[in-house]
Design a protein around this ligand. Structure first.
Ligand SMILES: [Zn+2]
Length: 474
């Protein structure tokens, strides 16, 4: 006799096409009957050219696998950057995203093509560009947009319909989690992919708004090994951030805030605007911004009436800001007076502005570097933080060309994360009460902690933490 379990078996194949550790390409293949779906199409920011792509050969090499639809959750490079290549590899694929993600992609993907071309021309990489600017622009017309909480069809070559629905993920502008629904043996089956998620409101963006149940939960685990993140609050972090800003400006210093262009930059400008309105920092202290974060800010402002916001009247450009001077003489002038500089990149990679400014600022004790995002091991930002913790005068190498420099300025890290802490991730599991959890997007220690906690709290839940390329049948 067949076991009763057989009749309720959810037939779904899941394969992570990128590494499942935290910063790799997010791209997951899901097959439900004969419908082939891809959840996100990111690239690995640590690599160049084809080596940065998800492993699409896993799909090509199997005759039952194909990609009919792609669901793009948000515009971060590790979730979006490989989409033009996905379109080239599977020319009939239909990609779905929110209107805001579409607007961001329209700006970010051609910019990514330009950067790849420039790096190849300058010889900083020997990898050929993955796509051209023209291709990125052309494919844009192929992407369909959907409102939050509206059901749309993503059925492939299958008689069994598969439906999808976007839920606000609270991570950055336009970000969503994806719910999939289909029939299996007369039963309705639900799958929910959180993607990157923040259940708490930030300064501009509201917190996630998720469904209240699912059968299979595909869950991010970024902060699974960060116990400190759950012990602090946004209020406490803002207070400490304000105090360091106040001290720095008072002694005539420059406060450097290295940020990620997409999301963190706009949220930090909102925080600074609030501090000025509250009189906590002087209104006349200039805030300098630069580069593509200004274009992203413009999209934040244009979509403020039709995306989830804490305050739809708030505009990023409503906070007065000046363009960081490009010339060396202009910059020298700007550095004479106390100011706040919000520039990319968040981890201070060479040759970005935050690296260039960092080199000029760290030797003078009147300045400060305020790190507001996550810095991975062995990035310039992390090296700076570690050197500062050793005590004043400890040397750090921000740039090989420049060599070691003593760190005399204040350097502190603040948790203004766009990700839920690990307790909040466990709360998502408790709320959605799935029978199966697939842990993705987290370092091994983070996913191991999550698995242990979920199994302890919910003994009937099956937890998987697949490696890249591993085939799960759920
Ligand atoms: Zn993200």
């Amino acid at each position: 006799m067949l076991s009763p379990h057989f009749f309720f078996r959810l037939f779904m194949e899941f394969i992570a096409l990128g590494d499942t550790d935290d910063v790799a390409a997010s791209c997951h293949f899901v097959r439900i009957h004969n419908t082939g779906l891809v959840l996100d199409a990111g690239v690995d920011p640590r690599r160049d050219g084809r080596a940065s792509l998800p492993n699409f050969d896993i799909i090509h090499s199997h005759r039952d696998r194909y990609v009919n639809h792609a669901l793009i959750t948000h515009a971060h490079h590790d979730h979006l950057g490989g989409l033009p290549v996905l379109v080239q590899e599977f020319p009939n694929v239909v990609a779905h995203m929110t209107e805001a993600t579409h607007l961001l992609a329209e700006m970010l993907l051609p910019a990514s093509a330009r950067l790849q071309r420039r790096q190849r021309e300058e010889g900083t990489t020997d990898a050929d560009p993955l796509f051209t600017e023209d291709e990125a622009e052309l494919y844009q017309q192929l992407y369909l947009t959907h409102q939050l909480q509206q059901t749309f069809d993503v059925t492939g070559h299958s008689p069994t319909p598969v439906k999808a629905r976007f839920y606000d993920a609270g991570h950055i502008l336009g970000s969503v989690g994806v719910a999939l629904q289909f029939e299996e043996e007369g039963q309705t089956r639900d799958v929910f992919y959180t993607s990157d998620t923040n259940v708490k409101p930030q300064s501009i963006i509201a917190g996630a708004s998720y469904p209240n149940s699912t059968d299979v939960l595909i869950l991010e685990s970024t902060l699974g090994s960060d116990p400190e993140a759950e012990q602090t609050t946004r209020g406490l972090e803002t207070k400490r951030f304000t105090e360091l800003l106040q001290r720095t400006l008072k002694r005539g210093g420059t406060a450097l805030i290295p940020v990620f262009v997409m999301g963190r930059a706009q949220e930090m400008i909102a925080v600074l605007g609030q501090l000025k309105r509250q009189g906590k920092i002087p209104d006349d202290v200039p805030i300098y911004t630069a580069g593509s974060m200004r274009g992203v800010a413009d999209i934040y402002d244009r979509t403020r009436n039709n995306t989830p916001r804490l305050d739809s009247d708030f505009r990023v450009f409503g906070v007065s800001q000046e363009r960081l001077p490009y010339s060396d003489s202009g910059l020298r002038e700007a550095l004479k007076e106390p100011s706040i500089m919000v520039v990319s990149s968040g981890m201070m990679f060479e040759p970005t502005l935050s690296n260039r400014l960092g080199r000029r600022l760290i030797e003078d004790e009147k300045n400060a570097v305020l790190l507001v995002g996550y810095s991975k091991e062995d990035t310039p930002a992390r090296r700076l933080l570690d050197a500062a913790a050793e005590g004043p005068g400890t040397e750090v190498v921000l740039s090989e060309a420049r060599g070691p420099q003593p760190v005399r300025c204040a350097v502190e890290r603040f948790r203004f994360s766009g990700h839920s802490n690990r307790r909040e991730l466990l709360d998502i599991v408790a709320t959605l009460s799935p029978d199966t959890v697939v842990l993705v997007h987290g370092e091994p220690a983070a996913r191991a902690w999550m698995q242990e906690q979920i199994e302890e709290r919910h003994p009937t839940v099956t937890v998987h933490k697949p490696d890249g390329g591993e085939v799960l049948t759920l």
